[in-house]
Design a protein around this ligand. Structure first.
Ligand SMILES: [Zn+2]
Length: 270
């Protein structure tokens, strides 16, 4: 069985999850695709021609700090992020920093524990890209974004949210990398420690099928004309450099590499 933990130099990365999405018709999620293309990926597509997305987060230990990257959906099918963390030895109280790649509902869902109305990570600062926060808090966008009103604005009111600019160093080993398009301020995280590197992808890609069909934009991309070139650039770089990747929506535990086999780029989970 694949391990839930990887080490990158002196950094430890633990895969946790908030369950899985409902099963979906992939040609609805990815409107430019047809089912014959999806059938090229029998490990992704189930026998009913449907796909299911994992709501994955990672817990990162770096320079004495404990981070969680993204906080799931909470209301998702089987959404149990805090229980999954505890089962893997991490208490929500231990988290120092909650790092949000972007402010979509399935990435901020456990910022606030809806059963108590309090932050689910009581000892943490929450950090998010300023450019994404600026987008989502525009009055007309915010009016349509209940998840931001429930899971982001309370953090602002409690003075628990810090906004960072591009190229921010969370620790000396964790550097933010702007990867816009999926949302305007979407941000990935580069881990670089003791000569080793790994990349927390966020929603640059949602399915391993995009390793090959890199043009495919899911319906969730807010700026598809920006997300597509971002995806090409990022996946090309990760492939060329052989970088270890953590992909939150890819199959459990979401660690792997983009590699080229017989002329075709594929996702190779580890
Ligand atoms: Zn997203």
């Amino acid at each position: 069985m694949a391990s839930n933990t990887i080490t990158v130099g002196n950094v430890e990365v633990l895969s946790v999850k908030d369950g899985f999405s409902a099963k979906r018709d992939p040609t609805v999620t990815f409107p430019e695709t047809d089912i014959a293309q999806w059938r090229e990926f029998p490990s992704i597509l189930d026998s009913n021609d449907e796909i299911q997305s994992r709501y994955g987060s990672v817990v990162i230990r770096s320079e004495g700090k404990l981070l969680i990257v993204d906080t799931g959906m909470q209301t998702a099918t089987g959404g149990k992020l805090l229980d999954d963390m505890r089962g893997k030895g991490v208490a929500p109280e231990d988290i120092d920093i909650v790092f949000l790649t972007h402010l979509h509902p399935d990435h901020v869902g456990w910022n606030i524990d809806l059963s108590t109305g309090k932050p689910a990570f009581p000892n943490a600062r929450y950090i998010a890209p300023r450019s994404d926060y600026d987008y989502w808090t525009q009055p007309d966008v915010l009016a349509q974004a209940e998840h931001v009103r429930l899971h982001v604005m309370p953090l602002t009111e409690l003075d628990l949210l810090d906004l960072f600019e591009d190229g921010h160093k969370v620790t000396d080993e964790l550097i933010t990398v702007p990867t816009p398009g999926h949302t305007p301020g979407h941000t990935s995280l580069l881990i670089a420690s003791a000569g080793e590197r790994a990349f927390i992808l966020g929603d640059v890609a949602h399915s391993p099928a995009q390793a090959h069909y890199t043009d495919w934009n899911p319906m969730f991309d807010i700026q598809p004309d920006i997300s597509r070139p971002t995806r090409h650039r990022v996946l090309d770089d990760l492939e060329n450099e052989g970088t270890l990747v953590s992909a939150g929506h890819f199959p459990d535990p979401g660690f792997g590499r983009f590699v080229r086999l017989e002329g075709r780029r594929v996702w190779q989970g580890i």
